[in-house]
Design a protein around this ligand. Structure first.
Ligand SMILES: Cc1ncc(COP(=O)(O)O)c(C=O)c1O
Length: 379
């Protein structure tokens, strides 16, 4: 268990922030790195051609370490949607085939698949929210020979419902279907065994559980796709682009591995230092340790709020870092505003109130949240 890391953040004592599913805060070190990134743009002679490569390579390799891949398997992207569009462009898909999604899945992981299905004459197969709360069983029973792609999260973004990706990946492989993951709501806070899951593509935006900047994301791309088509045709990911004087000797080849899928301007001088600092801290804490610590926090909140009527998924069916609270008759519509007025920050998606803490939370935050929920639910 990791003790509260509050002093590393700049969150005032009277703010109880339980909303990493919405946006993770910067650590002080990350903010300082971000200031450095912004400041040096005032002094452009301080940015050398080598800097166009060195920082993004560092970020790439830190992310590779985080997911247990090689730097060659990682592309730098701007968002989850960018990565998902890249996957949709590169996975073979034919008329009549199906793309499996979850009901109420995050829209970035829906629109690109609707578009692919529309263009190719395919179908979207939406797995309905299971009454018995067992998403894994529901997904497994929906997989058939026509499913060519499953585009999934590790846990549902509305209530933290967990999916057994190893079991699902096995079932998909048996059918020859491909697996695309959007792990924006889990990576950094929930360990994922890449070697066991073996996804085809896996993307995460950095601004939530990776505690990084907005407009930065990373994507794992399995080696069999490394000859694929990038979304855009920028100069930086071409072979030999390190030689600025020779850039008009246009190159057909790309930089190694997944680098061909990097977004344009991937060097991102303003934000990359912040992304690096955040990844370093997460690796230093350890994702398993983060998960264990956050699981204890959400468990306590689930147990204490159950005493006055809130319900949540059983722990075996939800991710430890992510608690979705519901109550019979639905959540009072004014509950989020009442909590915000008391400096308690949560978010509601669908019928679920997301309680998504991180290591900055302390016991006082938990007491404040539980006390307020008790007061407001009883009217
Ligand atoms: C599951 C999930 N994926 C992705 C995103 C962000 O998507 P994008 O990077 O395309 O803006 C969010 C934001 O809430 C999310 O919850």
């Amino acid at each position: 268990m990791i003790p509260s890391q509050r002093p590393l953040f700049d969150i005032p004592d009277d703010v109880a922030y339980f909303n990493c599913a919405y946006m993770g805060p910067f650590l002080k070190t990350v903010r300082a790195a971000g200031h450095m990134g912004i400041d040096r743009k005032s002094l452009p002679w301080m940015v050398s051609p080598a800097d166009f490569f060195s920082e993004s390579e560092k970020a790439r390799s830190l992310f590779a370490t985080l997911v247990g891949a090689r730097p060659d398997d990682i592309a730098i992207v701007s968002s989850a949607s960018y990565g998902l569009a890249t996957a949709a462009k590169n996975i073979p898909f034919e008329r009549g085939q199906k793309i499996l999604l979850l009901e109420d899945q995050f829209p970035s992981n829906v629109y690109c698949w609707r578009e692919l299905a529309r263009r190719k004459g395919g179908k979207i197969l939406t797995v309905k929210t299971p009454a018995d709360q067992d998403w894994t069983a529901a997904i497994l029973s929906a997989i058939d020979k026509d499913v060519a792609i499953a585009a999934l999260p590790h846990n549902h973004w509305t209530d933290g419902a967990l999916i057994d990706l190893v079991a699902i990946a096995d079932a998909l492989r048996k059918q020859g279907a491909k697996l695309v993951l959007d792990v924006t709501q889990s990576l950094g806070a929930n360990p994922l065994d890449l070697a066991a899951v073996k996804p085809d593509f896996m993307v995460a935006a950095a601004y939530k559980w990776l505690l990084g900047p907005y407009s930065v994301g990373f994507m794992y791309i399995a080696p069999e796709y490394h000859d694929g088509e990038p979304l855009e045709y920028n100069w930086l990911n071409r072979e030999g682009s390190e030689d600025f004087a020779g850039l008009v000797d246009y190159a057909d080849g790309y930089q190694a591995g997944a680098r061909r899928f990097d977004m344009g301007e991937r060097a991102n001088f303003a934000l990359m230092p912040a992304a690096i600092a955040a990844l370093e801290q997460i690796l230093d804490w350890g994702v398993l340790e983060i998960q264990q610590t956050l699981t204890a926090k959400t468990r306590e909140i689930a147990d204490r709020t159950a005493e006055f009527g809130f319900t949540s998924l059983p722990e075996s069916f939800r991710a430890g870092h992510f608690l979705g609270l519901r109550c019979t008759g639905g959540l009072p519509a004014d509950l989020p505003a009442k909590l915000t007025a008391e400096n308690i920050h949560i978010s509601v998606r669908g019928s679920s109130m997301r309680i998504t803490p991180h290591l900055f939370n302390n016991d006082a935050d938990t007491d404040k949240l539980v006390t307020a929920l008790k007061k407001h639910i009883r009217g």
